[in-house]
Design a binder for this molecule. Sequence first.
Ligand code: BG6
Length: 493
Amino acid sequence: MTSRVIPVAPFVLTVFGATGDLSRRKLIPALFHRDLAGQIPDDATIIGCSRRPLSEEEFRTFARQALVDHVPAAELTGPELDRFLGRLSYVPVDVEGENGWLELAERVSKQIEGRICVHYLATAPHLFGPICEKLGKYGLSENGARVVIEKPIGKDLASALALNQQVGRIFPEERVYRIDHYLGKETVQNLMALRFANALFEPLWNNAHIDHVQITVAEALGVEERAGYYDTAGAMRDMVQNHILQLLCLVAMEPPSSLDADAVRDEKLKVLRALKPIDEHNVANVTVRGQYRAGASAGGAVPGYLEELGSTRSETETFVAVKAEVENWRWAGVPFYLRTGKRLASRVSEIVVAFRPVPHSVFGEAVGPIDPNRLVIRLQPDEGVKLWLMIKDPGPGGIRLTHVPLDMSFAKAFKVRNPDAYERLLLDVVRGNQTLFMRRDEVEAAWRWVDPILEAWRNVKEPPRPYTAGTWGPSASIALIERDGRTWLEDGA
Ligand code: BG6
């Protein structure tokens, strides 16, 4: 099957923080790729904004370099590169002062006729509120304009509420797009396809048939030059509060009545609200925090977290494992083991749905144990799905059973380029489709669950457990799952 390219409506996109890292690494390449695919109409324009006093030409040079750095050279040889650069213009704007705003407002008003207006705030989060205020003041929130923001949406519930309120004063909720880039990943959407487009899984998708679920988002990289930000966040805020809880919601939610944004988000919200609270009474039993020490990764020696931070002391966790529970009829008694960390043994993001064993074996003891079925949904790298089944070991010699995967790698099965999450999400904003964006109450519900964990960690005053870079985290995280008679399953196992 070939992928379909459906052009979106013409738009004017302003990118605040246009010369920053997110813009350079993700937004400019994503927009270019969609343009290359023919999805961006001729009269769509992109206005870069940042404090830097660049000329239009200098901004185009910056964008060209971003493409050279992040797009395969073979894709930059045609006339499409100049067409894309021709869409770009630039206005220097002091987002906290008044400079540049009138010029920007004028530029947008000249272009807005018949186009959709989108403001992407690729800036530090403390600027989201002030920028929205200015967008309101200069008339840039009118004409149905949409605003895009990205995590961190606050550092706890109180700051998230305040931020959502600031943004909400100018933009109504249906025009606020909160990006969690995990929701734009191909396999995350495939999770919905697997669950709701197959009759096979849904009848088994409950505590009568599922023993437990594992969600692992492991990274081989350390924090490197992001140590300054990371030290104020830690793995719980950086990964669990958003990406991992979103994955958990998609696994655990009830079937929505449709893929309409609110139908899906209502169901995810119910899952977040059903999470069993973790506080100082149970935090030691169901969570593990870790911090990496020097070790080896990809064959080379790598420094520890403290060395990367340039400090001798930090209590910030670079690894978290949590045994979460969803307290409702479908999931009562089914643990969701979550773990994420930097500098782990490999880069792999996977969801493992582990089914219960068969109730009775008709085979004699000689055939060995009957391993339970497992569905492994791999987000990255090598996206795909594996369904582990017991089959008869082929050939003569009587019945012997063996556990094998039905293994589908999407890259091998389909010769379609897998778009980066930002490509899909950016165009969804233009399409006005909020299904893959977090609603305000979802973000707040996630903080309501996370806040007491952070508080309990603060009160317990135990430093994160050390683990050697290049391993699977502190041994306590292995004990966390093994206490329940289960083990972490790695690399599609
Ligand atoms: C970001 C986190 O949201 O996700 C980073 O802030 C993390 O710390 C990144 O590295 C992981 O994203 P991906 O798409 O590479 O898995």
